[in-house]
Design a protein around this ligand. Structure first.
Ligand SMILES: Nc1nc2c(c(=O)[nH]1)N[C@H]1C(S)=C(S)[C@@H](COP(=O)(O)OP(=O)(O)OC[C@H]3O[C@@H](n4cnc5c(=O)[nH]c(N)nc54)[C@H](O)[C@@H]3O)O[C@H]1N2
Ligand SMILES: Nc1nc2c(c(=O)[nH]1)N[C@H]1C(S)=C(S)[C@@H](COP(=O)(O)OP(=O)(O)OC[C@H]3O[C@@H](n4cnc5c(=O)[nH]c(N)nc54)[C@H](O)[C@@H]3O)O[C@H]1N2
Ligand code: SF4
Ligand SMILES: [Mo]
Length: 668
């Protein structure tokens, strides 16, 4: 007789899709993970990565026991210790730091390794606020784009993706759903089957660009001029929705003035696109309905990120795209979930932008960062300006504690590595930044070894600091109940008890409800803002043109990993055993580099050695290395040696894709 159990889970990774999972376990061991056939957007299939999850779950790199460092930082030499011993020593050292330097000497560093409501922003945040730790600004991914959305619309919310099949023109703008949002593909395909047209705006010839109707291969970082040029076309020819642009929005006159210099000719010159392509796109925007603008996060990783998202958002207002079910602008639905914050009372301690971790660890004073606690993230591989980050992590006077599932590049620098459970082994509650379902994640099996969930780690850490307060020790199910305890009508009837019976439930917000048409515009005054966000500039435009010998480096997502996660799953890497640099054949010839040759890629911040691969993905002058490989695969460094701590124009976001490099052939 089989003792197999099947429980519902939610894929915890930082991915638009937040799929429903069916997790099969037997005798306390997980055996199989499948897509939930009843989850309306998952539809029973998973992506390339998660189809290989069994290899990640019980991987030999998995951290099973608390470990204390015995060798130099970064070397990865550890000895096993008990939880009691580890927590006693960590507690003692943290207390000494708090006494000598105050709470702000402690820096938590975390992001979206597990997106569950309990795995981040719950007991962890309560503890940081309680001890007055420095406040990490979690900017690495979407800060500028979301800030621009909030500026224009008041909220980061878009149409329900399940309405995509109704759209008749979809503009994928800096998004590559074939890699990053696979469950959007069937919805896009359905729109196309019903007569819709889909265009892609991307400097790279991605699988998504190849799949659909037209590809505008603009120069990297020239989205702001493109959006302004399109806006000018629409305004100058009077093809706008006047009620939306003038009555429902403020700032139309400012907007008109700013787009004025962006003639077709100038826009074409700066973006590298043909005049006709831009004019044809303006025609589509003015005439086809429902019109869906679908910017991805790829448009907001440049210096003028927020400006670009503002200008794209302005197009959705000018065209009145929001009037139709299936239309509007979909970038994030993160603002759709009215869950109660579990973070505890706010505290205004020193803010540290996570993109500037390198500077924070190497230069910050008053107080210096003396303790770093990392969870849900792998900054040694994913943070920009890696040389500085690694220099900071190597500091002998820094107490570094890492709660991890894998022996990552960051964990190797830790004084203590504590074993973290995987999502399939814990309770959690999941929302999504794309779809509109709330999901309960149940443990299917206990974690192996001595691994513990994030909330359990923070309960133990609080205890080690002598903090027994009830709110720091709350149990998992109480936390889930608390986060659902709002009177918001969109959550009506969604309780822990109802989720136990039905673990996937849609927000009580009908798909046909048109954001900002059927719901208010939550900007002061109730109108969209067409004025640009403060600090963003549309002029002067120095241009996206390259100096001689320079290349534009792009490091977008790939289907094989989620940033560094899955980087150690061998079967996913079979096609790409070594870190690569994709270049056009013409650029290879110009540089005298042959396919398969090793090249040095460098700029003022650092360098990395990669294998050159001839490809028709990039355009001339642009090179690509997918984000990101584990550092040890290229001599202890990865592509983030070359990226910068510089912040974007507004919202404090990243500039990962505004990178210039030189390339040298390595003579063997
Ligand atoms: N060059 C370049 N760099 C980039 C980007 C880029 O496009 N180009 N993109 C940036 C973006 S968009 C992002 S979001 C960041 C992401 O950067 P990170 O936040 O560092 O993301 P990951 O590399 O996925 O690392 C997540 C880590 O969390 C761990 N983890 C997973 N679940 C849990 C858990 O339940 N508990 C604990 N304690 N740990 C867990 C995983 O094992 C993994 O090591 O990278 C950024 N870096
Ligand atoms: N398989 C997989 N899925 C993922 C991830 C992953 O690493 N792998 N990462 C997850 C995370 S953390 C995030 S934030 C999302 C991100 O997913 P997306 O929103 O798709 O964003 P990116 O992958 O950053 O970039 C998307 C596209 O933007 C293009 N791009 C780069 N520069 C420019 C530019 O200047 N203009 C325009 N128009 N386009 C540009 C890139 O070439 C790329 O094709 O995906 C999530 N899902
Ligand atoms: S990574 Fe994304 S697409 Fe893949 S299973 Fe998880 S949520 Fe679904
Ligand atoms: Mo991200």
């Amino acid at each position: 007789m089989s003792s197999e159990i099947v429980v519902h889970g939610a894929c915890p990774h930082d991915c638009y899709d937040t799929c429903g999972l069916r997790v099969h376990a037997e005798a306390g061991v997980i055996r199989r993970i499948e897509g939930d056939p009843d989850h309306p957007t998952t539809r029973g299939f998973l992506c390339f990565k998660v189809n290989h999850y069994m290899e990640r779950l019980y991987h030999p790199d998995r951290v099973l026991y608390p470990m204390r460092r015995v060798g130099p930082k970064g070397a990865g030499s550890f000895e096993r210790v008990s939880w009691d011993e580890a927590m006693a020593e960590i507690g003692e050292r943290l207390q000494a730091i708090l006494a000598a330097h105050g709470g702000e000497a402690v820096l938590p560093y975390s992001f979206a390794g597990n997106m569950g409501a309990l795995s981040g922003g719950a007991l962890d945040e309560r503890l940081w606020r309680r001890i007055g730790a420095s406040r990490l600004e979690r900017t690495i991914c979407t800060a500028s784009g979301n800030a621009a959305l909030r500026w224009v619309f008041g909220k980061a919310i878009g149409p329900d993706p399940e309405t995509i099949p109704s759209a008749r023109f979809v503009l994928l703008w800096g998004q590559n759903p074939m890699a990053t949002n696979l469950h959007e593909i069937p919805l896009l395909d359905a729109s196309r089957r019903a007569g819709g047209e889909i265009w892609t705006i991307d400097p790279l010839r991605t699988d998504t660009a190849r799949r659909y109707d037209r590809h505008l291969q603009l120069r990297p970082g020239s989205d702001l001029p493109l959006a302004l040029g399109l806006g000018r076309e629409l305004v100058a020819s009077g093809r706008i929705d006047r009620e939306f642009a003038q009555e429902r929005a403020t700032g139309f006159e400012d907007y008109r003035r700013l787009v004025e210099p962006w003639t077709l000719r100038r826009t074409a010159d700066v973006t590298g696109l043909a005049d006709e392509g831009i004019a044809e796109l303006a025609d589509r925007l003015s005439s086809v309905r429902p019109l869906l603008l679908r910017p991805g996060y790829g448009v907001q990783r440049q210096r003028r990120s927020a400006g670009a998202v503002w200008a794209i958002a302005a197009l959705s207002v000018l065209t009145g795209a929001w009037r139709d079910v299936g239309g509007g602008l979909l970038m994030s639905n993160g603002g759709a979930f009215p869950l109660r914050s579990l973070a505890g009372p706010e505290r205004k301690t020193r803010p540290i932008n996570m993109l500037q971790l390198g500077d924070a660890l190497t230069g910050l004073m008053d107080p210096p960062v003396k303790a770093l606690v990392v969870y849900n993230a792998n900054p040694a591989a994913t943070a920009p300006d890696q040389a500085k980050v690694l220099q900071g992590l190597a500091r002998d006077d820094l107490l570094c504690v890492v709660h991890e599932q894998m022996m990552t590049d960051t964990a190797k620098y830790a004084d203590f590595v504590l074993p973290a459970a995987m999502a399939m082994e814990v309770w959690d509650l999941h929302t999504s930044y794309w779809h509109r379902y709330v999901q309960l994640n149940r443990p299917a099996a206990p974690p192996p070894g001595e691994a513990v969930s994030n909330p359990e780690f923070f309960r133990r850490l609080a205890q080690a600091l002598g903090l027994q307060d009830e709110e720091l020790q709350q149990d998992d199910l109480a936390l889930i109940r608390e986060s659902l305890a709002t009177r918001h009508p969109w959550l009506e009837g969604i309780t822990l008890e109802s989720l136990m019976r039905r673990p996937v439930q849609k927000l009580r917000l009908p798909a046909e409800t048109r954001p900002f048409v059927d719901t208010p515009v939550p900007v002061a005054g109730g109108r969209f803002r067409l004025t640009p966000p403060p600090g963003t500039a549309t002029e002067p435009w120095q241009g996206a043109k390259l100096l001689p010998g320079e290349f534009h480096l792009l490091t977008p997502s790939t289907r094989e990993t989620i940033k560094s996660s899955f980087g150690n799953v061998a079967s996913l890497r079979r096609g790409h055993p070594v870190p690569e640099l994709l270049m056009t054949q013409e650029d290879m010839r110009r540089l005298g580099v042959s396919p398969g040759a090793r090249v040095r890629v460098l700029n003022g911040r650092g360098q990395v050695e990669l294998t050159a691969v001839a490809s028709d993905v990039p355009q001339r002058g642009t090179v690509v290395s997918y984000a990101v490989r584990w550092n040890h695969e290229a001599g202890g460094r990865n592509i983030n040696q070359l990226t910068s701590q510089e912040l974007a124009d507004f919202g404090g976001g990243a500039t990962f894709y505004s990178v210039r490099v030189k390339i040298e052939a390595i003579e063997d």
